[in-house]
Design a protein around this ligand. Sequence first.
Ligand code: PMV
Length: 361
Amino acid sequence: MGTNLQFISKIYSILPDSGTISCVSPSNIALVKYWGKRPVQLPENPSISFTLNTCTTKTMLKYKKLNQESHDFNFQLLFEGKPKPNFRPKIQSFFERIVAYMPFLKQYEFTIETSNTFPHSSGIASSASGMSALAYCLVQLEKKINPEMSNEQVIQKTSFLSRLGSGSACRSIEGPLTVWGGHKDIEGSTNEYAIKFPYQIHEVFNKYQDTILLVDKGEKQVSSSVGHDLMHGHPFAIKRFEQANENIAKLKTILISGDIDAFIEVVESEALTLHAMMMTSLPYFILMKPNTLSIINKVWEYRKETGSKLCFTLDAGANVHLLYPDSEKELVKDFITRELVVYCQKGQYICDEIGLGAKLL
Ligand code: PMV
């Protein structure tokens, strides 16, 4: 693994004894999808996402300095107030990956208390909000140790460490739109961390809505890390990575001009392409459910009948994200309750909108 010298912290001689840092970090939904990676969590193509507002993880990090540096990491993990042993390995490997950038980690004992605002096992990935929240707290600790860190350094390092935790988590630190992965048309973009979309976004995207229809709340049969790996040697991989680059270029223009019809075309095509990559992997797999397809067809019908600008996207699962302008909020709400709720597990859905990223509490 190449080490990124930019993010290695100095060896600090004075470390605070104990304290607590709390933050909240949101999930995000990709418009152009990241699917396929190289070690360690470097994307094969750039991606762009809306940062969410309501679907968040709240994390409280308690830190206590040890008398002497320990051999391993010392942490306790509480999820919604209770120990969560099956989350430990992920945090342990996260610490292992980031210790090169935070040498003080082994000098502390941590208690990590975390909870999500979205329903437990709703099928909404909590890794983006969860990993970014933890990275956020850790970089805030570093900032206490080294107050000279600039805001820009803090944000970049938080995104960089989040990426090492879970790729797409790096896009949750800022909002309303972030880009992760180097792209020739996006100034400052890099594979190392996400940046805020650096151009003025058209006002039609202000308060853009995302209603997440919970189609299937079960465990996914194929995890995203397995899915990413299956892009190695995938027959369509090279073409797909090229296409994602082209779609970022198109979306840049669309986000600036406010051309929603073009937005719909790129976003829906990206969602279906992501799932097409899954269906054409070896072994092949399908994460959509019959109700996912019913919803998609209903959205298309509704758009045709009403001229609405409602569109859908998908992440690596069966749930459907409905994206639409704030001006259509009431009409879409009626449409959802009238025609789409029947396709949701237990009639559940979450109303969210684009947000501004992680913050200290
Ligand atoms: O960050 P990961 O490894 O969970 O991968 C996320 C992949 C997608 O959600 C399907 C796409 C994306 O860009 O968020």
